[in-house]
Design a protein around this ligand. Structure first.
Ligand code: 2IO
Length: 428
């Protein structure tokens, strides 16, 4: 039986560091309630799994939170046959073998291209110099879109993400964010129309040509799914990458183990997703009154599953606040033996891009380890995280020793004077 306790989700303390509030939730067996938003905040692992797998808990909060900027319904909102068939198409586009064979070179080349200008100077902000462009670049690549407008797409994406993840917005900010999503949708439209006429081997083409009960999707349905993929694949990617390197730098012994045996990267990524999931909240709305851990939640209320809390539930993960990439292997992983973290959610709406994102993180972290030796925090770097819904480092300023690929650049090329080629760090 949990105790329902008043809580202020938009307090400065929680924004600075939500993890102490999660720890208290477990220690005192609490469920939080924020009267301002009428929101129930559920953090126990078992409760979150129950909510995410229960048909009583609908995804209705996304109607106001996502639909206006997705210009249609996202996968996470759909139910029944529509959800089943559209999800299957996206699964095929992301996880089909031929697609995966194209993704590895796409991810690797995008990472190499964006890192290259920083190798000479040995300094990079992994979030603002690399991660954000990287996340947008790879997403455009899987959709089969050109990179020439990626800076503009990044700006539109930031506005869309701001809309989806903000608890409150004034009318001006709301309107500006919706306008950015309209501009992005209009940017996408000619590409979608082109792929409808002449399909290629990219995700947009697959969305255009796939048939559901003998019918193709309309242009606006395809655009909504493109916006969905753009937001979902871009928003958490730079955050997880930066968090991975933060944890590795903070745990030199585990970092050394990963450098020694790259196979461990996959475990380090999984442990990063557990201890600091980039998506911290999953909103749900019960269609009728329900009781969770003894607390009565009225029908139609707003419920947030606190994924960051569930992933540190001491009933499920031993010593949950400790980053330990070996917890999978050492039997230390969980008390139940079978527990998995909820960073990708659970139930019918479990993240459709989970396998792709793991591949993306593994390949990218591999490139970073190949190109950057002796990675450490830049001397005066002050670490900060931001975000309640999606959360990650605001920046991660690193110093390192650059290692160029063997074949490039050619001697005597303009790359030969590294000092001249060091771009200004963007946040300075
Ligand atoms: C687009 C928070 C970026 C999703 C989302 C409104 C629906 C859904 C998620 C993730 C990440 C986003 N929700 N991906 O939590 O598609």
């Amino acid at each position: 039986m949990s105790i329902l306790t008043r809580f202020q989700i938009d307090s400065a303390d929680f924004a600075r560091d939500p993890y102490p509030a999660y720890e208290r939730l477990h220690r005192e067996d609490l469920m939080y309630f924020d009267p301002k938003y009428g929101a129930y905040l559920v953090g126990k692992y078992e409760d979150c799994v129950q909510i995410l797998t229960s048909p009583t808990f609908t995804t209705r909060p996304l109607t106001s939170r996502a639909e206006p900027v997705m210009r249609g319904r996202v996968l996470a909102q759909m139910e029944g046959d529509e959800h089943g068939s559209k999800r299957k198409i996206v699964v095929r586009g992301l996880n089909g073998k031929s697609h995966r064979e194209r993704f590895v070179p796409l991810i690797r080349q995008t990472a190499e291209r964006l890192l290259e200008p920083f190798l000479g100077c040995g300094k990079i902000d992994l979030v603002n110099d690399f991660g954000k462009d990287f996340a947008v670049g790879v997403t455009l690549g899987i959709l089969g879109l050109p990179l020439d407008n990626s800076a503009q797409v990044a700006i539109w994406h930031a506005a869309i993400a701001d809309f989806i993840t903000s608890l409150e917005m004034d009318q001006g900010r709301r309107d500006r964010n919706i306008e950015c999503s309209r501009l992005l949708a209009e940017y996408l439209r000619p590409f979608v129309e082109d792929r409808q006429r002449q399909p290629g081997d990219d995700l947009i083409s697959l969305l255009c040509s796939a048939e559901i009960d003998g019918q193709r999707m309309s242009t606006s349905e395809v655009i909504a799914l493109c916006l969905n993929v753009l937001a979902a694949a871009t928003e958490p990617a730079d955050k997880t990458l930066a968090l991975l390197f933060k944890h590795l730098i903070d745990h030199p012994e585990q970092f050394a183990a990963v450098l020694d045996d790259r196979v461990l990267l996959a475990d380090a990524i999984d442990e990063t997703l557990r201890i600091t999931p980039p998506v911290q909240l999953i909103p749900r709305q019960p269609s009728e009154g329900v009781t969770i851990s003894g607390v009565a939640i009225p029908g139609d209320s707003l419920v947030f599953c606190l994924i960051g809390a569930a992933n540190r539930d001491p009933k499920v993960f031993r010593d949950p606040g400790r980053f330990n990439l070996r917890r999978n292997k050492s039997g230390e992983r969980s008390l139940s033996g079978m527990a998995r973290h909820l960073a990708f959610g659970a139930g019918t709406h479990v993240c459709v891009g989970a396998a792709f994102s793991r591949l993306q993180l593994e390949v990218t972290a591999g490139v970073i380890l190949d190109r950057m030796r002796d990675i450490r925090y830049d001397s005066d770097f002050d670490y900060r995280e931001a975000g309640l819904y999606t959360r990650g480092p605001s920046s991660l300023r690193l110093s390192f020793i650059g290692v160029r690929p063997l074949s490039e650049p050619k001697p005597g090329s303009s790359h030969s004077d590294p000092a001249l080629r060091c771009p200004m760090s963007r946040d300075q």
